[in-house]
Design a binder for this molecule. Structure first.
Ligand code: F6P
Length: 533
């Protein structure tokens, strides 16, 4: 497409231009920000100018984003490599009809949500008890999309939690389950086995360990087990009766699944009403995504900024920096959402991609990151586009000094990244510090910040359940738009298979039941070391 070439040339041409200069034009922030109600995305601190923005918007239009989006919402099988519809949006839809293979899926969605609510209410009210009494703790066993969404959301909504305590076990490392279960009264603990396929080795191994631990603590070991899965026949084989199985269809991808049964732990923690508010928030973002013109469309704009930085400017990573402690797991959640979705090398038409398919996503909450890796962001040789998130009001100690300092730090960082500190200013500082001559020059150079480093800032009034829904749906649709523009399928994940298969074949070698013959030299060397000990 010609426009790719034009954008590449544009990126090259503006490489040396200072972002700060763009503010000399009147009212840049208004032209380079967009809102949905009181949520606002500011991307004015990027090197995108009017011409670039208009080219990027044309790129989105020419790539068929609107048609693909409509196909997704309509239940068409856009996940072509797996022959599946992509309908996580149906899980948060309150009304309407969504047809898959000639059947309206919405009645099933509503029924499952109601069953989840009845169960969550029963757990929270004490109508459903453990063998030792009212449920005090919930352990969610799952991995990837069956862990990251609920773990992130339960932490994000900690200020709204009034149900049993929720714990999350994902790693097959025995330390994870032992540390989570140790100290719990298992007779009042509910175990949720969350696995779309109900075959994932980490989850099933942890579930079996939990069942064995339960067997030592109570008479009926599976009476306090619940399953969340689309493989309902397998849950029965594990011993969990149908009334405690919450199923979902194959049109819900693992990393897009927190809106349905996989969100049960969220619902138990914060209550069905707050869970519904999360869904409402996501649905509001869905409506915005479907109806707002691209120039005002938050997911489209966020995607275009992302493409500009990674594909056109060539910045290989992106930092997500929530100035919101409760969003501490958001970077990890987004790592799966973005990198499992778009970490691809082959386009839908079978051709090799000629551009990178997306950045490495990483991050930590501010202000902690400032005291760890921001040094590299400010003075390291590579440019790291930063995505800041911050609320006008905190959930705890709302408008106290804590929050003022948090916000001040967030704004200070994006400002510092953009403006930097020149050699002249650094020299003045050194002169004031009493240095002169060669020593002044030497010291001043270390105090220069190149600046001109791009960032976006997403601001919102407060991290409420509804706002969380909006934020997560915003990122989901951003990934979708990027995927469509790149021409890839964002909804499969074949890249995780090979490692799984090899792990399966190495287990018997480690256990001494199979020879290491035929393995590569390095793996044999490591096996020899590990087996000897
Ligand atoms: O890592 C691959 C993956 O399939 C993810 O996409 C998924 O979220 C995770 O494993 C867990 O899968 P399941 O829910 O089937 O246990």
């Amino acid at each position: 497409m010609e426009i790719w070439k034009t954008l590449g040339e544009k990126a090259e041409a503006v490489k040396q231009r200072r972002i700060a200069e763009l503010f000399e034009k009147d009212n840049r922030p208004a032209g380079f920000s967009a809102s949905l109600d009181e949520m606002m995305l500011d991307f004015s601190k990027t090197n995108i100018d009017d011409e670039t923005l208009s080219l990027l918007l044309s790129l989105a239009r020419e790539s068929g984003v609107a048609a693909r989006r409509d196909a997704m919402f309509a239940g068409e099988k856009i996940n072509e490599t797996e022959g599946r519809a992509v309908l996580h949006t149906a899980l948060r839809r309150r009304e309407g009809v969504v047809m898959v293979d000639g059947v309206d899926v919405m009645p099933g969605v509503h029924r499952t949500l109601e069953r989840m609510e009845a169960f969550a209410d029963a757990v929270r009210s004490g109508a459903f008890t453990g063998q030792g009494g009212r449920i005090t703790d919930v352990v969610n066993i799952g991995i990837g999309g069956s862990d990251l969404g609920p773990a992130m959301a339960v932490q994000a909504l900690a200020s709204y939690a009034d149900g049993p305590r929720c714990h999350f076990v994902s790693n097959v490392d025995g330390a994870h389950i032992m540390q989570a279960m140790r100290g719990l009264d298992l007779s009042t603990t509910l175990v949720i086995v969350a696995s779309k396929t109900f075959t994932t080795i980490e989850t099933m191994t942890n579930a079996e360990t939990a069942r064995a631990m339960m067997a030592e603590a109570v008479d009926d070991p599976v009476a306090q087990f619940v399953a969340l899965s689309s493989a309902v026949e397998k849950t029965g084989a594990f011993g969990i009766p149908a009334e405690r199985v919450f199923g979902f269809e194959d049109w819900v991808g693992g990393r897009y699944s927190m809106w349905g049964p996989i969100g049960l732990s969220i619902m138990i923690a914060v209550g069905p009403e707050n869970f519904r508010a999360v869904l409402r928030g996501a649905e509001a973002m869905d409506r915005h995504f479907c109806s707002a013109p691209f120039a005002e469309n938050l997911p489209v704009l966020l995607a275009l900024v992302g493409l500009w930085h990674n594909q056109f400017c060539g910045y290989p990573t992106r930092a997500v920096l929530p100035y919101d402690q409760q969003l501490a797991r958001l970077p990890a959640y987004l790592q799966q959402l973005e990198m499992e979705s778009n970490g691809k090398r082959v386009a839908m038409d079978g051709s090799d991609l000629t551009v990178p398919s997306g950045p490495v996503v990483w991050g930590e909450p501010g202000t902690n990151g400032q005291h760890a890796f921001y040094q590299l962001i400010h003075q390291g040789p590579s440019v790291v586009p930063c995505e800041f998130l911050v609320a006008a009001e905190g959930n705890e100690l709302g408008r106290s000094r804590h929050h003022l300092l948090l916000v001040a730090n967030c704004l200070a960082q994006s400002k510092a990244l953009m403006q930097g500190r020149s050699l002249t200013v650094a020299r003045e500082m050194m002169t004031r510090a009493g240095l002169s001559g060669e020593e002044l020059e030497r010291q001043a150079r270390h105090r220069v910040f190149p600046g001109n480093r791009p960032s976006t800032t997403l601001v919102y009034p407060k991290l409420t359940p509804e706002m969380l829904g909006r934020i997560v749906a915003l990122y989901e649709h951003r990934v979708f738009v990027e995927g469509v523009i790149l021409g890839i399928n964002s909804f499969d994940q074949w890249g995780v298979e090979l490692g799984k298969e090899l792990a399966k074949s190495l287990e018997p070698v480690l256990a001494g039941d199979k020879s290491d013959e035929g393995l590569d030299g390095s793996t044999r060397h490591l096996l020899a070391y590990l087996r000897a000990r």
